[in-house]
Write a protein that binds this ligand. Structure first.
Ligand SMILES: [Zn+2]
Ligand SMILES: [Zn+2]
Length: 317
């Protein structure tokens, strides 16, 4: 190690107030900005899934917050992509197409973000349509579970919050339970009613890891493991997730996200290095009222990692 740092590592060293430079092998070049120092926000949601803003409002907010490269990643849906592409262009902001696919792996729901794919790809759009298919049945079962503990009309109530009824999710139930005064905030709803063992919890079988990664890569995109610290895996299960993901053609992992603490970002920077994966950065912004982290306000990627946008240079619009 040469004791000097590239700009990305220098940022992290400051953010963590300890020597985060020991992995840095890049010599610092004066007046040259590292590729990692880019305000990229490659994970957020609009009314097309469970966000509360339109793609146009998100693009405007991203631009105001200084985002230079943006992706809208609605759950299991690419219906907002043409709007988001146009909105980014209108704001003078670079854009990568995006989605976030729910998969079941080792009994846990894992999210796989896709970036830079062709949004009109037939296999991808059909695969997402099939993934969305089970949501209505699941929502009705959740509503039945809640009715048993005295909360009536939750399905109809949740529907009021859905821009696209095919994408009804736990978040919409949570908003209804806050609106009707059952809970003070959505996190309380999840804790008391919508997680495993609670009355409104219904497991759902999503796409397979192999299918999700294949749909994305065959549509010329890059697959990214979203917010890895959120899953309750044992170290062995997590290792299996990363190795299988790579076997199917996955290339990147979210290191800096709205769901990670600084310590978790450091941990998954190390995991990215171990598995030879590129790193992504995204707020997972859903709503001005609910999201802790706003668009474009996260720390930069650690300097020694390959940013996912380097793999997608020819897919940026
Ligand atoms: Zn997610
Ligand atoms: Zn998300």
């Amino acid at each position: 190690m040469n004791g000097r740092a590239c700009d990305g590592c220098a940022f992290w060293s400051k953010a963590l107030s300890f020597d985060a430079l020991r992995f840095c092998k890049k010599p610092r070049i004066k007046n040259v900005i590292s590729k990692n120092i880019l305000n990229a926000d490659l994970h957020c949601h609009s009314i097309v899934s469970d966000g509360t803003l339109t793609p146009e409002a998100l693009a405007e907010r991203a631009k105001l917050n200084g985002v230079e490269l943006w992706a809208l990643t609605d759950h299991d849906e690419v219906g907002g992509q043409h709007r988001a592409t146009a909105a980014a262009k209108a704001q003078g902001m670079r854009y990568l197409t995006g989605t976030e696919i729910s998969v079941t792996f080792a009994g846990e729901t894992v999210h796989i973000v896709g970036l830079g794919f062709d949004p009109d790809d037939a296999a991808l759009t059909q695969g997402l349509r099939d993934t969305r298919g089970g949501r209505r049945e699941r929502a009705m079962e959740m509503s039945d579970g809640l009715a048993k503990v005295g909360i009536q009309g939750a399905y109809e109530g949740a529907l009021k919050f859905v821009g696209n009824p095919e994408l009804i999710s736990r978040t919409h139930f949570a908003r209804f339970l806050v609106e009707s005064g059952v809970c003070k905030e959505t996190s309380e709803v999840f804790r008391k009613y919508l997680t495993e063992g609670k009355p409104g919890y219904v497991p759902h079988r999503w796409a397979s890891l192999k299918n999700a990664v294949t749909w994305i890569t065959q549509a010329h995109g890059v697959a990214v493991i979203a917010h890895p610290a959120r899953y309750k895996f044992t170290p062995n299960e997590e290792y299996a997730l990363f190795t299988e993901f790579k076997t199917h053609g996955g290339l990147a992992v979210e290191v800096v996200t709205g769901s990670h603490t600084v310590q978790e970002a450091v941990k998954y920077a190390e995991t990215a290095r171990e598995h030879g994966l590129a790193a992504s950065r995204g707020s997972d912004f859903h709503s001005p009222d609910e999201s802790r982290i706003d668009l474009g306000t996260l720390p930069f990627l650690p300097g020694e990692l390959t940013p996912v946008w380097e793999l997608l240079e020819d897919r940026i619009q």
